[in-house]
Design a protein around this ligand. Structure first.
Ligand code: ASP
Ligand code: MG
Length: 422
């Protein structure tokens, strides 16, 4: 008998009918002989609705009170789901984050889990109950309610799976797994039977919005087997797990993209020690996250520096640069918020040369101009004008044989999985 943590997101519990369907799904897992701990989000749209209420009262509400408010969303779903389970004759109990002692630091609205005391949950499991825990929330050392940041229920689920040493953490969502590309852009996209943590992290960082990045980091740190699957359809979903050398790795796992990009360029700054700090320091002081950074070779002692930020932060970042133009001794500051980032991800890149040039050629063949490039061991990202997004994703998907009718890539792993060796 193994312990499984199942997490259901907002759309999966978006109505009482959906909640009843989720209860049946949980009951089935119980009947298969597993212990089950369930983590739920608020009903879809609920957290946004609560935030709107708060803003109607105060555009910048007290973070402590915002957490008290937002935590109610998940409290509604744990109660409704437990009622549903009881109604199906499946013994269950609901608990808030505070009640099962999910301890966090005191950073309201973006708290981090520091400890979980799993004794209460173990007791309930010992009584053959399904334990339904509110995601996204915890308590700090003084007993104040905290929340973990948007999408934080994924992290609650993974943290519980780690604390309870669960066999698997299953994240039920509205897609049936992680795909080689967004199927809305590339109809040939294929569900990946499995991925390693690093690939999932790079795909998420590259814009794939299946899982909260922090949840994947947590899973990777504690070796929690993560499975993404649909609460609407049957299927094996995508298993995300540790890198295993014994397995044949596909060259490329997927193509991710992000439309939320903007780039800023500081032209003609003196190429001296401290210039990167003077340019980017004020940006990070303003809590603006910087993604790609490129500094050019200098000519006549001057250089240019370009970096990207989230599109929502573009205006603010431009204002900061303009205000610092003098201080940086820069000639000019320019920006563009009509760009996108497209990333190619795969652990197979580690042992293969020439991926980047194949990528650049595929883009060149479509007449797509690359504006910026950045790489990691298992990822190559390019920035292009936003009008090329769809074309670029499809070109790369096809170049690397990721489609359902192309066998070059992913074949061996898929076959191994089907043979039950995964
Ligand atoms: N309800 C929270 C949100 O919408 C947490 C979650 O859904 O994971 O961000
Ligand atoms: Mg949500």
């Amino acid at each position: 008998m193994s312990l499984i943590v199942q997490k259901f997101g907002g759309t999966s519990v978006g109505s009482t009918e959906r909640i009843a369907a989720v209860a049946s799904r949980i009951k089935r897992t119980r009947e298969e002989g597993h212990d089950v701990v369930v983590v739920v989000s608020a009903m879809s749209g609920e957290t946004d609705r609560l935030i709107r209420f708060a803003r109607e009262i105060d555009p910048d509400p007290s973070p402590r009170e915002l957490d008290v408010l937002l935590a109610t969303g998940e409290q509604v779903t744990i109660a409704l789901l437990s009622m549903s389970l009881l109604r199906l004759g499946c013994d269950a109990r609901s608990y808030t984050g505070g009640q099962v002692l999910i301890r966090t630091d005191t950073a309201h609205t973006k708290a981090r889990i520091t400890r979980i005391d799993e004794s209460r949950i173990r007791e309930e499991l010992g009584r053959s109950r399904v334990v339904v825990v509110a995601g996204f929330q915890g308590v700090d050392l003084d007993g104040n309610i905290t929340t973990l940041g948007r999408g934080g229920s994924d992290t609650t689920a993974v943290a519980l799976a780690a604390a309870l040493d669960a066999h698997e953490c299953q994240i039920f969502t509205d897609v049936d797994g992680v795909y080689t590309a967004d199927p809305r852009i590339e109809p040939q996209a294929r569900r990946l039977p499995f991925l390693v943590y690093e690939e999932m992290l790079e795909l998420a960082g590259g814009g794939a919005k299946v899982l909260q990045i922090r949840a994947v980091e947590f899973a990777s740190k504690y070796d929690v087997r993560l499975r993404v699957l649909s609460s609407f359809d049957e299927g094996e979903g995508t298993l995300i797990m540790p890198d295993d050398d014994s397995m044949e790795q596909p060259l490329i796992s997927g193509v991710a993209y992000s439309r939320d990009e903007a780039k800023l360029t500081v032209l003609g700054v003196p190429d001296k020690p401290g210039i990167a700090y003077r340019t980017l320091g004020p940006i990070s002081d303003a809590n603006i996250e910087v993604d790609m950074i490129v500094q050019n070779v200098s000519r006549d002692g001057n250089t240019d520096m370009t970096f990207t930020v989230h599109r929502n932060d573009f205006e603010r970042a431009m204002d900061i640069l303009r205000a610092n133009c003098r201080d940086m001794a820069a000639r000019e500051v320019i920006g563009d918020d009509r760009i996108v980032k497209i990333s190619l991800v795969g652990v197979g890149m580690r042992s293969h040369a020439g991926i980047a040039s194949r990528m650049f050629k595929a883009l060149a063949d479509e007449g797509i101009n690359i504006q910026m490039i950045s790489t990691s061991e298992i990822k190559i990202s390019v920035v292009t004008d936003e009008r090329y997004l769809e074309l670029a994703v499809r070109a790369l998907h096809s170049e690397f044989g990721l489609g359902s009718d192309q066998a070059e890539n992913g074949g061996p792993r898929v076959r191994e999985l089907q043979a039950g060796r995964a």
